[in-house]
Design a protein around this ligand. Structure first.
Ligand SMILES: *Cc1c(COP(=O)(O)O)cnc(C)c1O
Length: 401
């Protein structure tokens, strides 16, 4: 997945433009910048690649989620439905604006189970936030139908699946709002950065203003701009955006490499009867940043994961025991450990997760191994790795019976 693996001359040239002008900020300084508008240029490139009317760059993927929610008018006491398997940024962004993260089960797509979503809807629900974890997507058609029926917004977190698609549409562009991260380990990187995409003019305008203190960006004098509503600073720097200008043009090249490496490993593992694969919803195309597969039992999966590591295959994840990506280790959320006081609404409305039944999620995650797909591997490297993985899995299946 990581775009940093292929950082090179194209990225350096873009950054050099910014260093030569000395204008490290994305707004203003028109005379000094010698025609370089890297953030604006990257926004045009993202909107074009993602087939949406608008793109707004911000400082991170977490900022993108926060700004997306804020731009849609989500606030204190509103409920946002999110999955049990995701990165902590999901609930951080929801809590940042005073809204309530409502966790629901995942299914064999490893993303939101539409039936669990429908059950979790209350009259305070505003948003359904599927997270396209590890390169593949949620059942977006089912989720969109639910959102239309209950008048909810669909916000796609496509941070880990940029370049994938669903029913011919780039992931992130199917819902009302989509978010990307360009942090250092994502498929394409800015070092740090994120983006919101949308076809809705008012959400875009709100995101543009909100991410820069409420500035309306009318005219050429920043000091004279008005501020129609309260905002914050989630700006990306021009240096980070410059790296992205080079990387966005390489997205399809990166996806092609990922697909080749993914397919080699998958072909080797498919020969083992006990190995099954994550369900990709009909109409979906992955971005191949991970290969996700199931083994027959939790115990076998845990021991196989350990054996893979011992055999030198250090790019496989067992999320079930991971500190960051699964609800079981989110004690800081379940115990609401914050530095300062939280809004009463959050304290009163947050479901008691110690009593929640997420056994359906456990059933899938307990048996899931995700193999990261790297860009720097040669074809010969991948074949060797795939053979090793298949060997380790077979040995564990034999001794585990
Ligand atoms: C990386 C990531 C984020 C947050 O992005 P940052 O740029 O690191 O803030 C959000 N959601 C998912 C699924 C991610 O993988």
């Amino acid at each position: 997945m990581p775009g940093f693996e292929l950082f090179g001359e194209k990225e350096k040239l873009q950054v050099q433009d910014v260093l030569d002008s000395g204008v490290l900020m994305r707004y203003g300084f028109d005379g000094m910048r010698k025609g370089h508008w890297k953030a604006k240029e990257l926004e045009v490139a993202i909107a074009d690649r993602m087939q949406t009317k608008h793109a707004q760059l911000v400082s991170s993927g977490t900022a993108a989620l926060t700004v997306a929610l804020a731009s849609a008018g989500v606030g204190v006491g509103d409920e946002v439905i999110m999955p049990t398997f995701t990165f902590v940024a999901s609930f951080e962004s929801i809590l940042a604006i005073g809204a309530i993260p409502v966790l629901v089960n995942i299914d064999d797509t490893l993303t939101l189970d539409p039936r669990a979503v429908e059950k979790a809807i209350t009259n305070r629900t505003k948003v359904v936030m599927p997270v396209h974890m590890c390169g593949s997507m949620a059942d977006l058609r089912a989720l969109k139908d639910i959102c239309s029926k209950h008048n909810l917004l669909l916000l796609e977190d496509a941070c880990q699946a940029i370049g994938g698609s669903y029913e011919g549409k780039p992931l992130g562009s199917y819902g009302d709002l989509g978010c990307f991260s360009f942090d250092y380990v994502k498929t394409i990187t800015c070092g740090e950065g994120g983006a919101i995409i949308t076809n809705k003019e008012d959400f875009y305008k709100n995101a543009d203003h909100y991410s820069d203190h409420g500035h309306d960006h009318i005219g050429k004098d920043r000091g004279a701009e008005s501020h129609p509503f309260l905002g914050y600073n989630f700006r990306i720097s021009e240096l980070n955006a410059a790296v992205g200008c080079a990387q966005i043009n390489r997205l399809d090249e990166f996806i092609t490499i990922q697909k080749r490496n993914y397919t080699i490993i998958r072909n080797h593992l498919e020969k083992i009867d006990e190995v099954t694969f994550r369900r990709v919803p009909e109409g979906g195309v992955e971005n191949y940043s991970f290969l996700n597969f199931f083994l027959p039992s939790e115990e076998l999966t845990r021991t196989t994961h350990r054996s893979l590591g011992e055999a030198g295959v250090d790019t496989c994840f067992y999320w079930f025991d991971n500190n960051w990506h699964y609800y079981k280790k989110w004690e800081h959320l379940t115990n609401l450990k914050s530095l300062g006081k939280l809004p009463e609404e959050v304290k009163n409305q947050l479901p008691d997760y110690k009593k929640s039944d997420f056994s359906n999620s456990d059933r899938w995650m307990g048996r899931t191994i995700s193999s990261l797909i790297k860009l720097s591997w040669t074809e010969a490297d991948v074949v060797k790795r795939a053979e090793k993985m298949a060997g380790v899995i077979k040995t564990n299946l034999n001794t585990g019976q």
